[in-house]
Design a protein around this ligand. Structure first.
Ligand SMILES: [Zn+2]
Length: 456
């Protein structure tokens, strides 16, 4: 039976290519930008179209409303006696206003093996890959139930995802979850993350007057909010090393185990590739040991932007009356954003009591396990799908829904991502490719087969 299954899979994959491309075309051409309220109608249209796609694949589907954007909940339920796996993807996308787009970002474009357009790799292509693999698995008698969770607010930090899980807690009968929304280290180095950093974003504001004033008439006596915010930031961290000076900031950081560090170093992470992929000319450290820890297992303090005063050409000699700094911290296990916010706010108050601190997004960090049954199943699936053994790493980014699923469902969560660095996550000319889609279908079917055929 197993040989027949995989022989049939090899025939089925090329046979669904056209269908995959049509479905990806249909999803990509709906600009489901969750960050921009102007796209609210597109979000609704995206949900309707995706629901129709799930239904056409044999799933029952519900569009679950939340106070924000809806979440699609699809189910291929075969037999309650079978194990159930839930697959998480998101169908909202980043804005696509970068001037470097060579084609219109919301017009699907096929270029040989590549599929171009916003959302192709993050995360519409992986969602459809998993769906077509799931349909194959169920049609070919793999004894498994499969649920689909397709979110439409991932790119804004999943603010209402917990609302969805609460509402459908009874129906979410899955014994495990697969997240398909992560990036490999390179085309030849598949990566399976088992941890994600969390985040705490803040706006710092300081106002010292009602209008900008002449630096010859007032300079020396007037306070300068841009200068004071700069000084405050310099108190918070050493920009050259990245070391955060806020007392207590590192208290909850869980030390990296030797096994994890070894796994990081054996992952195939390449410093030149990393610098090239992100356009970095120079780094804080060129020691690979430090770099992998800095991006995967250490917290950060980052300044994203400062505004205030004069931003035009030349120098206009004013003393600004107000300034704003946009700050965020990536957090690692077991840093808790709520607790840390109090610590950071208190430190800022001591440094400069006039600075107003406004909370923006908060996400808790996540750490899973890569040594158990599910980790082994993913390793085997990736090896089968792509002919390469994946590296287990932590990922520096954040996926809000993962923490919610972990806290509310208490089931194992694994990551089976299909995106490559050159696919351009959140970047202009985003693309996905048939190699990752076809290998991904193979990997997903293998993963489903392992879950179904092995009792944990
Ligand atoms: Zn994503």
């Amino acid at each position: 039976m197993a040989t027949d299954l995989y022989a049939e899979l090899e025939q089925a994959i090329p046979a669904v290519r056209e269908e995959f491309e049509t479905l990806l075309h249909d999803l990509v051409e709906i600009p489901t930008v969750s960050m921009d309220p102007a796209h609210a109608a597109d979000i609704q249209r995206g949900a309707q179209t995706a629901a129709a796609i799930l239904q056409a694949c044999g799933a029952t589907v519900e569009i679950v409303e939340t106070p924000g954007n809806p979440v699609l909940f699809g189910q291929l339920l075969v037999d309650p006696a079978y194990p159930t796996v839930a697959i998480y993807n998101h169908l909202d996308v980043q804005p696509a206003n970068e001037p470097q787009w060579q084609q219109s970002p919301f017009v699907f474009h096929r270029d040989g093996e590549r599929y171009l357009g916003r959302g192709t790799t993050d995360d519409k292509g992986p969602a459809l890959t998993a769906l077509l693999a799931a349909r194959f698995a169920v049609q070919h008698g793999i004894p498994l139930n499969i649920q689909f969770i397709w979110e439409l607010e991932e790119e804004i930090g999943s603010p209402h995802f917990a609302h969805f899980v609460q509402q459908r807690r009874q129906a979410l009968t899955c014994n495990s979850v697969v997240i398909s929304d992560t990036v490999w280290l390179s085309r030849t180095t598949p990566a399976v993350p088992y941890g994600l950093r969390g985040m705490m974003a803040l706006l710092l504001r300081l106002e010292t007057g009602s209008k900008d004033c002449h630096s010859g008439l007032t300079g020396g006596a007037a306070r300068n909010p841009l200068g004071e915010l700069s000084a405050l930031i310099a108190h918070c961290y050493d920009a050259r090393t990245g070391r955060v000076h806020i007392p207590g900031f590192y208290d909850a950081v869980r030390p990296l185990s030797d096994a994890e560090l070894e796994s990081f170093l054996a992952s195939g992470f390449s410093l030149p590739d990393f610098m090239e992929a992100h356009g970095l000319h120079t780094l804080r450290t060129h020691d690979v040991r430090h770099v992998v820890q800095a991006i995967w297992s250490q917290p950060t303090f980052e300044v994203h932007g400062m505004s205030g005063g004069y931003q035009g050409p030349g120098v206009k000699t004013i003393v600004p009356h107000a300034a704003e700094a946009k700050i965020s911290m990536r957090l690692v296990p077991d840093q808790d954003p709520e607790r840390l916010f109090t610590v950071v706010r208190e430190f800022i108050r001591q440094c400069n009591p006039d600075v107003e601190v406004q909370r923006e997004g908060f996400l808790r960090p996540y750490l899973g396990d890569f040594s158990g049954f599910y980790g082994a199943a993913v390793r085997e699936a990736v090896r089968f799908g792509f002919g390469k053994t994946p590296s287990f790493i932590r990922e520096g980014g954040s996926i809000g829904a993962v923490v919610t699923l972990d806290e509310m469902l208490h089931v194992p969560i694994v990551f089976l991502g299909l995106s490559l660095p050159e696919h351009g996550y959140h970047a202009p000319n985003e693309n996905f490719d048939w190699g990752q889609a076809s290998g991904g279908m193979r990997a997903f079917v293998k993963y489903f087969d392992t879950l179904a055929s092995t009792r944990v």
